[in-house]
Structure formats: structure tokens, C-alpha cells
Design a protein around this ligand. Structure first.
Ligand SMILES: Nc1nc2c(ncn2[C@@H]2O[C@H](COP(=O)(O)OP(=O)(O)OP(=O)(O)O)[C@@H](O)[C@H]2O)c(=O)[nH]1
Ligand SMILES: [Mg+2]
Length: 303
């Protein structure tokens, strides 16, 4: 009989480091949304990968940054608690940005928060820099923290990812698998659906707007013909934002709805009828229910 292994691996790092990209690549499917903007991921998202006889449960976390709003504080708390739940922590650092002030803050906190568990360093986006720079950066980072191992990867292009996955699998404890073998994500479908719409909104809207809205799936109806009808609410804080979101003759929201529906259809493998409604809710950032819908702890936002 072969012996199985299983465990949790938390991906942490600054916003935009490529954590969600790496999770999706490890899982082999898109379970966490990705954009070129910072603070895309808001909650802990679990994705499951298999390496030989090992089940690796990756925990994607919100980026770690200096929080200002309640939502920020709840996100950062969720990220650190993701690290606390893990057998192994992987810190992603962007190769072309190197040791930023933000990375230093994370390294300081890591000594306290990692609690003796292995911490691997993954220098990501190596496709953006020359090899000699990587060696210097590896040394610089290892002088600041005693990493268990250092990997150089490109989450987007896939370089070095197999090596990292094999190492993680070998480090995880022996034990039974934690999820059925065909399960790839641990997030309710209605939440994945809301995240997909939020991704399309984030990609289309500018400046602060993506950070001031949230999407919730209000209703999910499986129809007899095999299709699904999904109603979603987009909460914004101001009338003006609603106008921007709808766009001239409603064309912005229409385009978002189309892009989201197409991706949902691909993800679910069935026809989707998607209905989006925009609501102005000036105080949604201070409503406990909005946080639980996102998978965050409202109280974590208290100062
Ligand atoms: N060139 C390059 N870009 C990458 C790589 N990995 C990720 N990216 C890009 O970096 C951006 C951020 O990626 P995400 O995966 O959303 O980053 P994140 O760490 O999850 O960000 P937050 O959720 O905001 O904390 C996206 O535009 C990705 O396409 C890489 O290896 N190389
Ligand atoms: Mg992310």
C-alpha cells in the first residue's frame, strides 16, 4: 500500500505578487481571480492540487499591506490567519521589485507569525529580470530571513512551478487526503460566481472604484433545461459610482455581464443567465453581512 500525504500550504506576499496566479497554476484551473491591480483577492481561497500520492491544499490569501480601512484590516487578518493554519508558508516576492519596504514589513512579522513552520521563498515573475539579478536578490532575502528553501518561478509562464510543487509535496506530513480527489476548490459556487463578476468589474473600472464595490450572488436557480439563472447585486458607495458602473446607455455593465457570463458558462459547463443589479449602499464597508458574504471576519476589521 502506498502512503498518502496531505496538508496546507499558504501563499503570502504583497498585493500583486502573483499568489492567485500561482494557486491557479498549481490547481490547473482558475479558482481565484487575477487582475493587474493590487488587492484583488479579499478572502482566503483554498485550491487543491495533487502531486503523486500527496494532496496539497493551497491557501490563497489577500496581499499583505498597511491597512487603512476596515476592509483592509479584515483582509490582512485573513491573510495572516491563512499562514497560521498552514503546514508550510510560501512567501512570494516579485523579482523585478526586490526587497521593498512592504517585503521588509512582512519579513519582520513572519518571524513571529510563522511559529516555527517551514517558510519557503518563491521569487516570482523571473521572466521579467536577468538571471544575475536573481542571485543577488536570493542572497539579500536569505540574509534577512532564514528560509527553508528558495525557488525561482514564473507563476504566469509556469517556470519552476513543478519543482516547487514536488518539494512541497515531500515536506507535507503523512496522512489521509483532506478532500475528495475530484475536488479542486473549497469555495461555494455562488461565491466563485460573485468573484468572477468582481474580476470583470475590476478589469474595466479605474482608480479607486474597484476597491469600493462588492459583489454578492443573491439568487441561484438551477433550471430544468440544465441552465442556471444567477442574480447578482453589486454594491457601490455613491450615486456617481453607480453611473460610472452602468456607463453610457448601460454599456459598461452590459460588457461586464457578458464577460462574466461567458466565463461562468465555461467554468460551470452549462448555459448561464446572469442578471446584474447595482445598488448604492453608502455604508456597505461597515456592514457585517457584507464581510461574511466575502468570507471575511467583520470583527477582524476592528482597530
Ligand atoms: N510577468 C509576470 N506576471 C505575473 C506573474 N505572475 C503573476 N503575474 C501578473 O501579476 C499580476 C497580479 O497577479 P495576481 O495573481 O492577481 O497577484 P496576487 O498576489 O494574487 O494579488 P492580490 O490578490 O491583489 O494580493 C497579474 O497581472 C498577473 O498576470 C509572472 O510570473 N510573470
Ligand atoms: Mg490574489
Amino acid at each position: 500500500m502506498t502512503e498518502t500525504r496531505a496538508g496546507f500550504v499558504a501563499l503570502i506576499g504583497e498585493p500583486n505578487a502573483g499568489k492567485s496566479t500561482l494557486l491557479n497554476r498549481m490547481v490547473g484551473a482558475k479558482v481565484s481571480i487575477v487582475t493587474h491591480k493590487v488587492q484583488t483577492t479579499r478572502a482566503r481561497i483554498r485550491g487543491v492540487a495533487i502531486e503523486g500520492d500527496t494532496q496539497i491544499v493551497f491557501i490563497d490569501t489577500p496581499g499583505l499591506f498597511a491597512p487603512r480601512r476596515r476592509l483592509d484590516r479584515a483582509m490582512v487578518a485573513a491573510a495572516w490567519s491563512g499562514a497560521a493554519d498552514a503546514d508550510i508558508v510560501v512567501l512570494l516576492v516579485e523579482a523585478h521589485r526586490g526587497v521593498t519596504a512592504g517585503v521588509k514589513v512582512i519579513l519582520d512579522a513572519l518571524n513571529e507569525r510563522a511559529g516555527g513552520r517551514p517558510v519557503a521563498l518563491a521569487i516570482n515573475k523571473i521572466d521579467k529580470v536577468k538571471a544575475d539579478k536573481l542571485l543577488v536578490l536570493t542572497k539579500e532575502l536569505n540574509d534577512l530571513h532564514d528560509f527553508t528553501e528558495t525557488f525561482m518561478i514564473s507563476a504566469e509562464k509556469g517556470h519552476g512551478v513543478d519543482t516547487l510543487r514536488k518539494w512541497l509535496a515531500a515536506e507535507l506530513p503523512k496522512g489521509p487526503w483532506l478532500y475528495p480527489e475530484d475536488q479542486i476548490a473549497d469555495l461555494p459556487l455562488r461565491m466563485i460566481a460573485a468573484e468572477i463578476t468582481r474580476e470583470k468589474l475590476t478589469l474595466r473600472l479605474h482608480q479607486e472604484l474597484p476597491y469600493q464595490l462588492t459583489v454578492e450572488t443573491e439568487n441561484w436557480e438551477d433550471r430544468k433545461d440544465g441552465s442556471v439563472k444567477i442574480d447578482q447585486l453589486i454594491y457601490v458607495m455613491r450615486d456617481g459610482h453607480k453611473g460610472i458602473l452602468l456607463g453610457h446607455k448601460g454599456e459598461t455593465i452590459k460588457a461586464v455581464g457578458k464577460a462574466s457570463r461567458e466565463e461562468l458558462e465555461e467554468f460551470l459547463g452549462r448555459k448561464v443567465h446572469l442578471f446584474l443589479q447595482v445598488k448604492v449602499r453608502p455604508n456597505w464597508l461597515n456592514e457585517a453581512e457584507r464581510y461574511s458574504e466575502m468570507g471575511l471576519n467583520f470583527k477582524d476589521g476592528n482597530t
